[in-house]
Design a protein around this ligand. Sequence first.
Ligand code: OSB
Ligand code: MG
Length: 374
Amino acid sequence: MAMNVHIEKIILHLLTMRLVLPFKISVGTTHERKIIIVEIHSNGNVGYGECTAGENPYYSYETYETCLLIMRKYLIRKILGKNFENPYQFRYELEFIRGHKIAKAALEYAIWDLYAKERGIPLYKLYGGVKNRVEVGVSIGIKDDISDLLHLVEGYVERGYKRIKIKIKPGYDVEVIKELRANFPEINLMVDANASYSLEHIKIFEEIDRYGLQMIEQPLHYEDFLDHATLQSRINTPICLDESITSLHAAKIAVKLGSCRIINVKPPRVGGIIESINICRYAGERGIGLWIGGMLETGIGKTHLLHVATLPQINYPSDISESSRYWREDIIDPPLKLNKDGTINVPQEPGIGVRVDEDLIQKYERKRWVFRAL
Ligand code: OSB
Ligand code: MG
């Protein structure tokens, strides 16, 4: 992959974009996203990345503001004006800054896009992806009214989504699952607790275990691999870890301890595409199920996820919905569309393969930072 990317200019656009539907999970509700779009300029090409951190440190300690700080003060300073022969060299340059993976991944995304554009090939082909469309599911926030939830699910099932994920929390779980199952006995159904339970709730999990769910995502504390292993040994439904898997190191612990049977890989959470590939290889070889998780991205971030979801180890539907489920207008053109068979096509133009609508970026931009190499 010898090729030279010279980092001439980096632009960060801070956008404010309102979600079509507020997204409520056990730890809080999001109405409006603060998203940082990254542009890296090299040899006449522009690579696009997206910083997907939340507005508050509820899902991760990182927020869009910590990412801005770390990017401006450390990451950009380390890479501006430099040449990189490949994305691995780029990553090595940032290796000695600890943590702050969502910030690092935002930049790594843009670097991968640049390499693929330089080579004139779709991004997924650069890192060994093997599909040109990807199976996807929806992730539905907590609804105060169950009939609202049933209506939403009916609509998504009709649209063709491959599986339905609902968020749960103590007090909003067994009854909701029971109701859903009564109405939709056949669908692929799963739940995501965002770490809101403990082993004291074992009875609730034994109940949930009866409804034939595809998996239970992140039931317990995000640092507790041991309790997850205990819970997994007590129920048949596979546990899927999300928040706990922050790196390949964490994935190794989870696999060796039996803390999960499935991993939700989010490239931002693990620090980028390279780490995601490493986790997929390691876990895939050991029989762990894999899929790509989402973080309410714009079309830029979602398109990166689509490319990663073409990796050969991915064997469950990913959290990549069509643009209109998140945004009234997405910042890519054309927006992402769901096929009737519950897949989304992977763009085949060079790089991420979608046109970024610069006018819409202007429209939603609240602030911008430009960094030029001397
Ligand atoms: O836990 O998977 C999660 C969104 C933000 C933060 C955490 C999560 C989520 C989702 C949304 O479930 C998935 C999507 O982008 O469609
Ligand atoms: Mg999750």
